[in-house]
Structures are given as structure tokens and as C-alpha cells.
Design a protein around this ligand. Structure first.
Ligand SMILES: Cc1ncc(COP(=O)(O)O)c(C=O)c1O
Ligand SMILES: [Zn+2]
Length: 405
């Protein structure tokens, strides 16, 4: 048994292959690279029962992760987040079997910890000393913190409009932080120039192949948590779409290993009304998206006007008979409140977008009676305190309780 069954990198567009022991960013053709594993050997040598004795974190799947030597693992204990039944919300929406995969309870407060843990660990294994990335906030925060733990210097560029807390996470970890008066794509252009100039490791979404491997563990965990029987539908708030691509990749790997049976879940890419390039492409039956002008939404993590991996997101949606759907900010904020009121979970607006989409797809009948549905809540609402307005009455010491009956 090997610690990792990683074999090589490959391009999903032109099929060129690359060595996994050297630093590679994009393929020569400009497409993102993906990680391949020797699933045939693994199928013979590793049985899924080995997991029973392992710790409850994402490294329990080390055979399906790209880090070859355990001493390079940089971990804060991330993974194996709860799969929470949502019975009261389910009744309210009309889905009897509704679950939330809750990424609000992972280090750094969002699922970005998964990509950062695996991405930074592999960067360390490859000898990286300095990395740079654009971010909408949460990824920059997670990568800054994990890079600090690895002794790697991080440079992060984020939009001025990103929630302020995320700047502080980068800053406290000692990252070099810059703000840009624009969107994540503008941050990306600045980072790309700096990388050409200084030779840093490019940790931008899908410009290194390993972040997606970390995010794929959400798919592995959901399968294991359902005792290897797959749910019918999974909804994911989609910006760059890495989580959705990762979950799709994870389930295909599990199928190749023979660890799961049954149909691939129908994958739903959820976007916001004013930033919905993938939804538009899906509606037009296209394989790639177009840049979305003037993008804006309260769900800041999914404010991505053009994703490098759009063709992979769309492939996952088409191949699984899934769909892409946009929800408006009003629905997002209303859903965030409903989830807290009915289930006691303070979720992030991105997660709330996915719940709002579940509601709409149930109403339209796309989600059918009796189906098992998993919504990915990608982070904690605590990171977005500003999305909630409260004006409680202020009492003076000694005041009577003002309740009227
Ligand atoms: C909380 C949250 N949810 C969802 C996303 C979208 O992630 P992805 O790039 O995988 O689409 C982000 C990205 O910043 C995020 O911060
Ligand atoms: Zn290629």
C-alpha cells in the first residue's frame, strides 16, 4: 500500500501529461491541469474499510490526495465536517430528506481550508518558498494561514469590496496584502504580472492543480457519511466552481474504485442573479461561459464574472443531468434567516444561495418527491456579520421590561 496513489498531471482539454514531482501551473494550451491517480492498483490494494480506523479529518483519504510524504502535510485538523439533517427546513421547502454539509465548522470558517491545506502541503513538498494569489477573501485568508503554518510567504490581492474580516485574517498571518478597486479578475491580472516578474508560485484558482484535490474531499466525505450510497441531488454555490468540479472528480474516482454504487448525483451550480455566467451558458447549452459585466451580489464568494474552469463546471452539470440556476440577493438573505430560524444554523450567504435554489427547484418540480438532497454550506455566517441588520430596543439600567401583552 502506498501513502498516495498519485501518478501524474493531465490536461482535460488537450490530454498532454506532466510530472507530479515538478512545479506545473497551467497546461501549455492554457487549460487547468488535473491530478490523476493509479486507481487500478489502488482498487486492488486498498479496501474502503481501512478508513474505519483513521482520524476524522480529510487526510484520512491520503491515498486519493497528491501529497506523497506525510511529513509534508500542513494541517489544522480540517475536514469531516458534519452532514446535518435539516428536517424543519426540509418540511418548509417540501424536501423530506434534506441535508446540509456544514463547512462553517472547519478551520478558517470556510471550505477554502480544504483547498489551502492540500494546496499548501503540496507546495511545501515541491519546495515552494513564496506564493501569490487573487481572492474574493476566504481563499486568501485560508491560504495565508496555512502558508504561515508551512513557513511559506504569501502575497494576496483582493477586491476592496470583500468583507473586511478577510483582510484581517490575511494580515494577522503575515501575508503581504493588497486591495484592488475592482473584481477578482482584476486582482488576477495584477497577480499574473507579479508572478511573471518575480517567479513566485501561482496559487490562483486552477492555476495550480492541487486546490481542487482538497475541495474534492467534500465529495469523498459525503459519500462516506451516507455509507457509500449517493444522494440524488447536490447543490453548490458556484464562483470559480472548484468545489463542484472537485466533487464530480471525487465521485468518479470512487466509482472507479468500486467504493460506491448507484447513479452519480445530479449536480447543481448555483449562482447569483447579477453574476450568473455559468447559468447563462447552461441556458444556452454552451460548453463555456462569457465574461459577465458589472457583476455584484451579497454572496461575495460567488462574485466571479468569468471562471477559468467554466468548461469543467459545465461538463459536470451536463454529464450528471444537473442544472445551473441563479437566485437573487433578496432570496439569499431571506433564506439565510429562514435557515437560522428553523435549524439554528448561521450560514454564509453563498450557502444560503444554494438553499434558496433548492427551494426554487423543488417548487418547479425539478427536485422530485422523495429525493435525497445535499446542500453545501460553504462557510459560517459569522464571517459575514454585516449581512444581518438588527436594531434591538436599548434599555436603561433599572428600566421596566417593555413587553406589551
Ligand atoms: C463561502 C464561499 N462559498 C463559495 C465560494 C465559491 O467557490 P468556488 O470557487 O469553488 O466556486 C467561495 C469562493 O470564494 C466562498 O468564499
Ligand atoms: Zn492542454
Amino acid at each position: 500500500m502506498r501513502f498516495s496513489y498519485v501518478s501524474h498531471l493531465y490536461c482535460p482539454k488537450c490530454e498532454r501529461t506532466y510530472d507530479v514531482d515538478q512545479i506545473h501551473q497551467l497546461c501549455e494550451c492554457g487549460a487547468p491541469l488535473l491530478v490523476a491517480y493509479d486507481l487500478e492498483s489502488m482498487r486492488q490494494e486498498v479496501k474502503r474499510d481501512v478508513l474505519k480506523e483513521r482520524e476524522a479529518n480529510l487526510w484520512r483519504y491520503h491515498e486519493l490526495l497528491p501529497v506523497k510524504h506525510p511529513e509534508h502535510i500542513v494541517s489544522l485538523g480540517e475536514g469531516m465536517t458534519p452532514l446535518v439533517p435539516m428536517p424543519r427546513l426540509g418540511r418548509n421547502i417540501g424536501i423530506n430528506s434534506l441535508y446540509m454539509k456544514d463547512e462553517g465548522v472547519i478551520p478558517t470558517g470556510t471550505f477554502k481550508a480544504r483547498g489551502a491545506a492540500v494546496g499548501v502541503s503540496k507546495a511545501k513538498e515541491l519546495g515552494v518558498k513564496q506564493l501569490a494569489m487573487p481572492t474574493n477573501g476566504n481563499a486568501g485568508a485560508a491560504w495565508s494561514l496555512y502558508a504561515a503554518r508551512a513557513g511559506i510567504q504569501a502575497t494576496v490581492v483582493m477586491p476592496v469590496d470583500a468583507p473586511e474580516l478577510m483582510r484581517k485574517e490575511c494580515a494577522i498571518a503575515g501575508a503581504e496584502l493588497y486591495l484592488v478597486d475592482g473584481l477578482i479578475n482584476d486582482a488576477g491580472q495584477i497577480v499574473a504580472k507579479a508572478i511573471r516578474e518575480y517567479g513566485w508560485y501561482d496559487a490562483s484558482t486552477l492555476k495550480e492543480p492541487y486546490r481542487i484535490e482538497g475541495k474534492k474531499t467534500m465529495g469523498l466525505e459525503i459519500a462516506e457519511q451516507f455509507s457509500w450510497r449517493l444522494p440524488d441531488v447536490m447543490l453548490y454555490p458556484t464562483g470559480g466552481g472548484v468545489g463542484l468540479i472537485g466533487i464530480y472528480k471525487a465521485i468518479k474516482e470512487l466509482q472507479a474504485l468500486g467504493w460506491v454504487d448507484g447513479r452519480m448525483p445530479r449536480l447543481v451550480a448555483v449562482q447569483a442573479e447579477h453574476c450568473a455566467p455559468i447559468v447563462k451558458a447552461w441556458n444556452e447549452k454552451k460548453r463555456e461561459s462569457k465574461f459577465w459585466p458589472n457583476a455584484h451580489t451579497v454572496a461575495f464568494g460567488i462574485n466571479v464574472p468569468k471562471a477559468l474552469g467554466d468548461f469543467l463546471v459545465l461538463e459536470a452539470v451536463y454529464e450528471t443531468d444537473g442544472c445551473a440556476i441563479a437566485v437573487n440577493d433578496e432570496a439569499i438573505l431571506a433564506e439565510q434567516r429562514t435557515v437560522a430560524e428553523l435549524e439554528g444554523a448561521f450560514i454564509c450567504p453563498e450557502g444560503a444561495a444554494a438553499f434558496a435554489a433548492a427551494r426554487q427547484l423543488r417548487e418547479s418540480g425539478w427536485i422530485r418527491d422523495g429525493e435525497t438532497v445535499v446542500v453545501l454550506n460553504t462557510g459560517t455566517g459569522l464571517k459575514y456579520a454585516d449581512t444581518v441588520n438588527v436594531n434591538p430596543p436599548v434599555l436603561e439600567p433599572g428600566d421596566q421590561f417593555p413587553k406589551e401583552n
